[in-house]
Ligand binder design. Structure first.
Ligand code: GLC
Length: 590
């Protein structure tokens, strides 16, 4: 297997010239972006209607989380039909219209691909259930006999990332593997039919004209064939502990020595033994195969890996020249509001990506993590709660937003591609007081509420301050309730009250994205000036003509002489020639 061979550095500048190498990519979570048919659930028509807003924001591309046919057991990451749109979100014709209009507006379109598992309602899994043990239909999934005299114990001790056991028993006594929910059976990537099917799914969407794929759980497809027991802890966010033991004790043979932890707050665990189900070398063969499929459509199609893999040297194996084009830089997301950690992650990730000749990405928030304005408003702005509920520490919203805006100026000034999660540009916080009765995330239920879950970052966007559901379903008075309730704080953050208002978060994003383009920061290169002093809380770097300063310390930091402010994270960022704490600026020589 060539994964042990050192990949050559991508010599050609062809990839560096591709749009994705420096793109700002906006993540749309379709159920919460905009509701075009006024039923309380976001949809593709809603996306089409808001394309002018996205074009004005200045982003280069959109990535849509799944809109495929699905029973929605994991908000669409449980796909029942990879080639159709779920009626909740519209029709294939709606997709085609959205794609065509996005392209006409100059926006590339990336769709989500979920290859690790299907829905249990996928026709393949239904066939597998109806077929006998040992059949070809079962061989597409990970069916095994159980352990113990009567096979009543699961085949190994693996725990679901969402909490609870990773195995479920079917009536004839066999067990099937699901790294996520019971309704998300894992596919068997040793099966040629599975390879052929996913290739065909890629072609289905490429033929329709999509520009790329975000590959879900890209590190998970291939498992150690021995399916050995494992004493480590898996988590969606590496660096977080897995589902707490208390909530998973129902697993027949749950490992005994998992550390207990307080609800909601987690810290980095000690090093685990290598996982037998994540980051196996065999996954890279899949991406080499897909790379060839995309190449048939030209050099400008891309894949971005969702791979929670450490360290950066392991992550960049996914973006070697013959694999994917990008991987989400979750180390950056995990660095928190901390100058030392941020400086280290920036340097390490640039170096690691350069070793394979690929661009880096910068990510602060997505649909799986607490929104960064809320994380940065916690007493310790480097922690990663798995959701926040009323009974947990409540973030300081103003402080968190100030820091989030500054962190955004860091992310958008770095060379490479930047991801923006919908609502970031409005400065939306997490919904931190969502009542349990509204929660839908399976992680909440599978951990019996110990993990609050991801609903708080998935709340429908506020478009119009004085309309029902803040205009999520349009301006009409008779709109039904949105699928998740919005917090009252969203009223003052609605897009219409920020539009054209100097100093608003929306205008900051527009200004920064435009300045990033004008100064070619995405294709630039980074250097560290002498005034960079992470130990004192000051992060400073230069990218081309732009000098970036972010003050993560407690004291004001003097600005160097001879510079003008190009962009400031807030109107109060610069006072008396110094940068106030929790602020950032882009400077250019006067
Ligand atoms: C990825 C998705 C997440 C989903 C999981 C299972 O981590 O981002 O939302 O729950 O995969 O598909």
């Amino acid at each position: 297997m060539s994964s042990t061979v050192q990949a050559p550095v991508r010599a050609s500048s062809e990839s560096a010239r591709q749009w994705w190498a420096s793109a700002v990519i906006y993540q749309i979570y379709p159920r919460s972006f905009a509701d075009g048919n006024h039923d309380g659930m976001g949809d593709l028509k809603g996306v089409t209607g808001r394309l002018p807003y996205l074009a004005k924001l200045g982003v280069d591309a959109i990535w849509l989380s799944p809109f495929y046919r699905s029973p929605q057991a994991d908000a669409g990451y449980d796909v029942a039909d990879y080639r159709d749109v779920d009626p909740l979100f519209g029709t294939l014709a709606d997709f085609d219209e959205m794609l065509q209009k996005a392209h006409a507006a100059g926006l590339k379109v990336i769709v989500d691909l979920v290859p690790n598992h299907t829905s249990d309602e996928h026709v393949w899994f239904q066939e597998a259930l109806a077929a006998a043990p040992g059949s070809a239909a079962r061989a597409r999934y990970m069916f095994r006999e159980g352990k113990g005299e009567d096979g009543s114990l699961p085949p190994n001790n693996w725990q679901s990332i969402f909490g609870g056991p990773a195995w479920t028993r079917v009536p004839d006594g066999q067990w099937y593997l699901h790294l996520f929910d019971t309704k998300q059976p894992d596919l068997n990537w040793e099966n040629e039919e599975v390879w052929a099917e996913m290739r065909s799914v890629l072609r289905f969407w490429l033929d329709r004209g999509v520009d790329g794929f975000r590959v879900d759980v890209a590190h998970g497809l291939v498992k150690d064939p021995a399916l050995p027991d494992w004493t480590g802890q898996a988590a969606m966010v590496e660096g977080q502990d897995a589902a707490p033991h208390a909530a998973t004790a129902e697993a027949a043979n749950a490992p005994e020595a998992l550390p207990s932890q307080e609800a909601g707050h987690v810290s980095k665990p000690a090093l685990d033994p290598p996982s037998p189900f994540f980051d196996q070398d065999g996954v890279h063969e899949v991406y080499r195969d897909w790379h060839k499929v995309l190449a048939e459509y030209g050099p400008d199609r891309m894949m971005v890996a969702e791979a929670w893999v450490e360290p950066a040297e392991r992550l960049v194996r996914y973006i070697r020249p013959d694999e994917m084009q990008q991987a989400f830089n979750f180390d950056f997301l995990l660095a928190g509001w901390d100058a030392r950690q941020m400086a280290k992650v920036i340097a390490d990730s640039l170096e690691a990506s350069a070793s394979v000749g690929a661009p880096t990405t910068w990510v602060l928030s997505n649909h799986d993590t607490v929104r960064h304005p809320s994380r940065f408003g916690l007493a310790d702005p480097t922690t990663f709660p798995k959701g926040i509920a009323l009974e947990d520490e409540q973030p300081d919203e103003a402080l968190g937003l100030a820091r989030a805006r500054a962190a955004t100026l860091v992310a958008l000034a770095l060379p490479g591609s930047a991801y923006v999660y919908q609502g970031e540009e409005l400065g939306l916080p997490e919904h931190t007081t969502l009542d349990a009765e509204f929660r839908q995330d399976p992680t909440f239920f599978r951990t019996k509420g110990v993990e609050r879950g991801r609903d708080g970052c998935r709340v429908p966007l506020p478009w119009i301050s004085e309309a029902p559901q803040f205009g999520f379903s349009g301006p009409t008075a008779d709109a039904p309730a949105a699928w998740l309730p919005q917090p009252e704080s969203y009223r003052r953050l609605a897009a219409d009250v920020q539009e054209g208002v100097a100093g608003s978060t929306l205008e900051l994003y527009r200004t920064a994205i435009a300045a990033r383009r004008e100064h070619a920061l995405g294709t630039g290169s980074l250097s560290w000036p002498e005034l960079n002093d992470p130990d004192a809380g000051l992060l400073a770097f230069s990218n081309g003509q732009v000098l970036v300063l972010a003050n993560m310390g407690r004291d004001r930091a003097a600005l160097p002489d001879g510079y003008d402010v190009l962009v400031a994270s807030s109107p109060e960022a610069v006072q008396d020639g110094s940068l106030t704490p929790n602020s950032a600026v882009w400077l250019v020589q006067a």
